[in-house]
Design a protein around this ligand. Structure first.
Ligand code: RBF
Length: 200
């Protein structure tokens, strides 16, 4: 096995019925876009439907922790709204009530969030500060909110290394996006079971 080969996901992995959020940065756009595409394609090949993959864009990695937290909360707001909507409807007494919008999107809480950004070491100390803050911040959000947050942040010495980790260099490394998708689906499924006290 190559030193940084990514571990293989369990063959039984399925993303059916999961709702996954992706929040990604605009900095280092080409690399980020390749990572986001790799992530989305793998989520879909695992059975997550297009409607259940919510993609949001922000400026830079510094903002990833707060954006991830806000996205988690947005899912909860949606859950509250759909509950209010349903409780206000009495199909027997209001036959003309507007029908629920046609969408196959799962309402409410995200099962996992994948936070994606690329930091390239430059001549300033920003790299260290932003990388440290994004790393600590994303871990904190995940634990505080009790939602799996996948760390999709690349910290690279240069542009070439970043491109390689996004699968953009011929003969280089694999795109990391698919492995982030697998981590999200795996932990989302396990979390769903554990929250019901089930292990199998
Ligand atoms: N954001 C990134 O996602 N990746 C970077 O490589 C990156 N480098 C930066 C370098 C400098 C000197 C500055 C000022 C910002 C950089 N940012 C980068 C943006 C940062 O994460 C954040 O969006 C801005 O600082 C605004 O809060």
């Amino acid at each position: 096995m190559a030193p940084h080969a990514m571990p293989e996901a369990p063959a039984s992995l399925t993303g059916k019925d999961l709702k996954i959020g992706i929040v990604h940065t605009r900095w280092n756009k080409e690399v980020v876009q390749a990572l986001v595409t790799g992530t989305i394609e793998r989520l879909q090949s695992l059975g997550v439907t297009k409607d259940n993959i919510i993609v949001q864009q922000i400026a830079g990695s510094w903002e990833l922790p707060i954006a991830t937290k806000k996205l988690i909360h947005a899912g909860r707001v949606q859950q509250g709204n759909s509950q209010n909507l349903l409780s206000g409807l009495d199909p027997l007494s209001s036959p003309d009530a507007p029908s629920t919008p046609v969408t196959t999107q799962k309402r409410g809480e995200f099962d996992a969030i994948i936070s994606i950004g690329v930091l390239v070491k430059g001549s300033t100390q920003h790299f260290e500060y932003i990388a440290g803050a994004a790393t600590d911040g994303l871990m904190r959000v995940s634990l505080d909110e009790n939602v799996p947050v996948v760390f999709g942040v690349l910290t690279c010495n240069n542009e070439e290394q970043a491109r390689s980790r996004a699968g953009l260099v011929e003969g280089g490394l694999e795109n990391h996006g698919p492995s982030w998708a697998e981590s999200a689906v795996e932990l989302a499924n396990l979390s769903g079971k554990w929250s019901k006290g089930e292990f199998n």
